[in-house]
Write a protein that binds this ligand. Structure first.
Ligand code: GDD
Ligand code: MN
Length: 388
C-alpha cells in the first residue's frame, strides 16, 4: 500500500520488525521439530544404507559342513508343560550323531509338571542323552543356564527356548558348521514368527531386523542374539564367567562379550527359528524384551569392542537408547508452540501413522521408551510366563 511519503506500509513494518522480536522467537519451533524428526528418521536410514553395503560382502568364514563337535543343547524351562515334549522332539529329530549330543533341561520350580514330563520323555527315549535338572527355586533363566553350563560336557553349548521350533532337521549341523572356523565364537538363528500369532506386525518387524543381523554379522558380529537358537563355544562361555545375572538379554550379552574378546558372533543366513508370539499380553511381552535389550546395550561399552565391532555397537546403542526419544521431543516442541503451522505439522505426523512401515517403526520406538521407563522400577529378570 502506498503512503504519503511514497513508501509502503509493508516496508515500514519490515523495518520495525526487529525492534519487537522477542528472544523466544529466535528459535523457530517448526525448524527444531523438523530437525529432530529428520535425525530420528535419518539416523536409522543412514545405518540401513551402511548395512546394505556390509550385506554385499563375502562372509569370510571357513565353514565346516562335516564338523561334528560334541554338543550340549540346553532347554531352560519355567512352566512349559505345553511345549516341553514337542521341544524335546525337535532336538531329538535333529540329524546329528546321537553319541555327540547331550540334552539338558533345567527347570526352575515349575508348578505345571514340566520337569516330570521331561523326565518321562527322557525315560521313553533311552537312545537320547537327556538330563533333567530341577532347581528348588526360580532364580531366573540366566541362573538356570549357568547351572547347565557347570555340568555341560559339549564343546558347543546351544540354548533354545521351550516354546520355539526349529523347522530345519539339520539346524544343529548348520549352526556348528559356522563354529568350525576358529574365528567364530558364537552363532544364532534368524527368526520367523509362528503363523498362528499376530504375524502381520511381527513379520514386518522381523524382515527388517533379520537383514540388519545378517549385515552386522558379515561385518563382524551382531550384538543381538536369539535365545531360540544360540550356540556358543563352551570354553568361551566359561572364560567370560557364564551368563550375566543382572541383564535380561542373556543370549545377546554373552555373544557381545565373546565378540569383545575378538571373536565373530554371527547370525547365520541359513538358520531359521520359528518363535511363538503370545496371543495376549503382546505389548507387555514386547516391552519386557525391549527392557532386556536396553539393559544389554547400557552395559556393553563400544570402546572395549574390537575396531570392526565398534561402529555396530555405537549405532545400535544410539538407536536403542537415544534415538526413540527424538520423536516425542519433536511432537512436544510442536504442541508447545501451538501455532497453526506447528499444529498442522503435528497432525501430518499423526496422519502418517496410516502408513504401515511408519506405524511399525513408531510402535517399536514406543516399546523402547516404555521399556526405558519400566527399567527404572523393575528389570524383570524373573518374568511372568505369557501363554503362546
Ligand atoms: N529354568 C528357567 N528358569 N527357565 C526360564 C525362566 C526361569 O526362571 N524364565 C523363563 N525361562 C525359560 C522359558 O521357559 C523359555 O523356555 C525361555 O526361558 C524363554 O522365556 P519366555 O518366557 O518364553 O520368554 P520370551 O518368549 O520372551 O523369550 C525371549 O526373550 C527373552 C528375554 O526377554 C527369548 O529371546 C529368550 O531367549 C530371552 O531370554
Ligand atoms: Mn518364548
Amino acid at each position: 500500500m502506498q503512503t504519503a511519503d511514497g513508501g509502503s506500509r509493508d516496508n515500514d513494518r519490515d523495518r520495525e520488525a526487529p525492534a519487537v522480536r522477542r528472544p523466544a522467537d529466535a528459535v523457530d519451533p517448526l525448524a527444531v521439530s523438523l530437525a529432530l524428526a529428520a535425525v530420528h528418521l535419518g539416523a536409522p536410514m543412514a545405518y540401513h544404507v551402511e548395512t546394505k553395503r556390509w550385506l554385499k560382502r563375502p562372509w569370510d568364514v571357513k565353514r565346516g559342513l562335516q564338523h561334528t563337535p560334541t554338543v550340549t543343547v540346553v532347554i531352560p524351562t519355567y512352566n512349559e508343560a505345553r511345549h516341553i515334549e514337542e521341544k524335546l522332539e525337535d532336538v531329538y529329530r535333529q540329524v546329528y550323531p546321537r553319541d555327540r549330543l547331550e540334552i539338558i533341561v533345567v527347570d526352575s520350580a515349575s508348578t505345571d509338571g514340566t520337569a516330570e514330563k521331561a523326565r518321562r520323555w527322557g525315560a521313553a527315549h533311552p537312545d537320547a542323552d537327556v538330563k533333567v535338572v530341577e532347581e528348588p527355586q526360580r532364580r531366573g533363566k540366566a541362573s538356570a543356564l549357568n547351572a547347565a553350563l557347570a555340568m555341560a560336557r559339549g564343546e558347543v553349548f546351544v540354548i533354545t527356548d521351550a516354546d520355539c521350533r526349529w523347522p530345519q532337521k539339520d539346524a544343529l549341523r548348520r549352526a556348528v558348521s559356522w563354529l568350525a572356523d576358529p574365528a567364530v565364537g558364537a552363532v544364532t538363528c534368524l527368526k520367523k514368527p509362528a503363523a498362528d500369532g499376530p504375524a502381520g506386525v511381527e513379520a514386518g518387524y522381523r524382515d527388517r531386523y533379520n537383514i540388519l543381523r545378517l549385515a552386522e554379522s558379515k561385518k563382524w558380529a551382531t550384538p543381538i542374539f536369539h535365545g531360540e537358537l544360540a550356540a556358543y563355544k563352551t570354553e568361551l562361555l566359561r572364560k567370560i564367567g557364564g551368563f550375566p545375572l543382572d541383564i535380561g538379554a542373556d543370549d545377546s550379552h554373552t555373544a557381545a562379550r565373546i565378540a569383545a574378546m575378538g571373536y565373530r558372533a554371527v547370525a547365520a543366513e541359513d538358520l531359521w527359528c520359528v518363535e511363538a508370539v503370545p496371543h495376549n499380553s503382546y505389548h507387555k511381552w514386547r516391552v519386557r524384551r525391549a527392557q532386556h535389550l536396553l539393559q544389554h546395550f547400557l552395559k556393553t561399552p563400544a570402546a572395549e569392542a574390537p575396531p570392526p565391532m565398534r561402529p555396530i555397537l555405537l549405532a545400535e546403542k544410539y538407536l536403542h537408547l537415544a534415538n526413540p526419544w527424538l520423536l516425542p521431543a519433536a511432537a512436544i516442541v510442536l504442541a508447545a508452540a501451538a501455532t497453526p503451522p506447528a499444529l498442522d505439522l503435528l497432525a501430518a505426523g499423526a496422519a502418517a501413522l496410516a502408513l504401515k512401515p511408519y506405524r511399525t517403526w513408531t510402535a517399536a520406538q514406543l516399546y523402547l521408551m516404555a521399556a526405558a521407563i519400566r527399567n527404572i522400577r523393575s528389570k524383570e529378570l524373573v518374568w511372568e510366563k505369557q501363554v503362546k
